[in-house]
Write a protein that binds this ligand. Structure first.
Ligand code: FCB
Length: 464
């Protein structure tokens, strides 16, 4: 089926109505973008739970986000750099702790900054995709219990409403949450994110309250914004596989993890079922009634990076997986091509994941895909192989509408600090100079080869 037909038959607003100031030629454009998040790039975010956790010395090498990439002062340059790559979209997140630094106190100046950012996007015809929550929560919210707090969904709804009222008319594409499962496993099972507890009941409560927050946010965005908007989530998926194919326990755990980590969230936001429990580990939460038997997303955002080998009671669990967790995960094996953070380069996994996600019958954006590669020796190959997988998926009829590389520039990589370099632009942390990497040039050439006038086409495998 041609892409035009897909758009028409799905009843989705066309690309034309998705842009802030839409030139007609952009109808049905594939979205080519980069993704970032507030805390990783802005700098000066000292009112959230991450900053507090950084001060306790939890980041590798004792690092702190500090000025991060100084994007707060350099955003104009950064948006221009995104434009120079030939992109037509930009995914970023709003820092809740900036706009509501104390409960119920709204900072108008912070909203103005985001308005300026949107002005820059508009100036360069970059369709914005805004994420409401990308791992960080205001300190006051985290102190009250974060998403284990019974009041959390109401507070998140208030925040969403303010954002919708202030910025809604400017933003056609929304992600409510970035990677809820990473936040939940990192915060309550694996201890690699604040509050870094091994607390399975907390994981269960957080699943429930994040889903509740998501559903409310979905409704608020639809009600408050007087233009067609698409709302989804950005969901991290891993290609799980048993470490030993003959090992019955590893085969079973692989299925359990696939169901919990990859599937449960997608089942929940498409109204199929709410299966957030893991037998013997995470208690199943009470269902969120508002999310049953209805879709609360218009698209699914796929964040895909790598595979995960599942090891039963392994002693050499992967980094970031605490010993309280009875299962070991490894993101690569010896002799596999790996990124600087040890994640295997595994484009076949992207194809498998896209096929799996397509089963939900919703449009897909690849909201993150990228590699930590300081020497820039693997990134071109990573890009071309993952874009080839995307192209094949589209040729097979999967409804994929955009690809966002993670990330525009090097940034603060959470618990790993500033070591991993994911950027198409490198950042010199002494001067904050940005330099285009060769792989950045490569991606921009590739995008231009997929551009016809002002229409950005989806990747075609023969050109890769
Ligand atoms: C994803 C996160 C993003 C970044 C990349 C490398 O899981 O969403 O913020 O850290 O990994």
């Amino acid at each position: 089926m041609a892409r035009e037909e897909i758009h028409a038959s799905s009843g989705r607003p066309t690309g034309e109505s998705l842009t802030s100031n839409p030139p007609t030629e952009r109808r049905n454009s594939f979205l080519w973008g980069t993704a970032t998040s507030s805390h990783q790039i802005e700098g000066g975010n000292d009112k959230n739970d991450w900053w507090a956790w950084e001060l306790e010395g939890n980041i590798e090498g004792g690092a702190r986000s500090g000025q991060a990439t100084d994007h707060w002062n350099r955003f104009r340059e950064d948006i221009r750099l995104a434009h120079e790559l030939g992109l037509n979209s930009y995914r970023f997140s709003l820092e809740w702790s900036r706009v509501e630094p104390q409960e119920g106190q709204w900072d108008s100046g912070a909203f103005e900054w985001y308005e300026e950012l949107l002005n820059e996007c508009e100036k360069y015809s970059l369709t914005p995709m805004l994420t409401l929550h990308h791992f960080t929560s205001p300190k006051w919210f985290a102190d009250a219990g974060g998403f284990t707090w019974p009041g959390s969904a109401r507070r998140f709804a208030e925040y969403t409403k303010k954002v919708a009222q202030r910025l809604g008319s400017r933003v056609p594409l929304w992600c409510t949450f970035n990677e809820p499962m990473v936040m939940i496993t990192g915060g309550y099972l694996g201890k690699f994110m604040p509050p870094a507890k091994f607390w399975p009941e907390g994981a269960s409560l957080a699943c429930r309250n994040i889903l509740k927050s998501h559903v409310r946010a979905y409704e608020i965005l639809k009600q408050e914004i007087q233009r067609p908007v698409e709302v989804g989530i950005a969901h991290n998926l891993l290609d799980f596989m048993p470490d030993r194919y003959w090992h019955p326990m590893e085969l079973v755990i692989t299925q359990v993890l696939h169901r919990f980590y990859n599937r449960s969230w997608l089942d929940a936001v498409t109204g199929r079922k709410q299966n957030f429990g893991v037998p013997g580990l995470v208690p199943k939460p009470r269902p969120v009634m508002d999310a049953l038997k209805r879709k609360t997303v218009d698209f699914i955002g796929v964040n895909y990076y790598t595979k995960a080998y599942v090891k039963w009671r392994s002693r050499d669990a992967a980094e970031g997986v605490s010993s309280d967790f009875p299962i070991g995960l490894a993101f690569s094996r010896r002799h596999e091509a790996v990124s600087d953070v040890g994640w295997a380069v595994h484009p076949q996994g992207l194809k498998k994941i896209l096929k799996f996600v397509s089963g939900y019958g919703l449009p897909i954006y690849i909201t993150e895909n990228g590699i930590a590669d300081r020497s820039d020796s693997l990134r071109k190959e990573y890009l071309s192989s993952h874009l080839a997988a995307t192209a094949e998926a589209i040729q097979e009829g999967m409804d994929i509408r955009g690809y966002y590389y993670w990330s525009l520039m090097d940034n603060f990589e959470w618990v790993k600090g500033f070591g991993p370099r994911f950027g198409l632009y490198s950042v010199d942390y002494d001067t904050f100079d940005r330099q285009l990497r060769d792989s950045g040039t490569y991606l921009s050439q590739l995008i231009r080869a997929h551009r016809d006038g002002n229409v950005w086409k989806a990747p075609r495998s023969e050109l890769l």
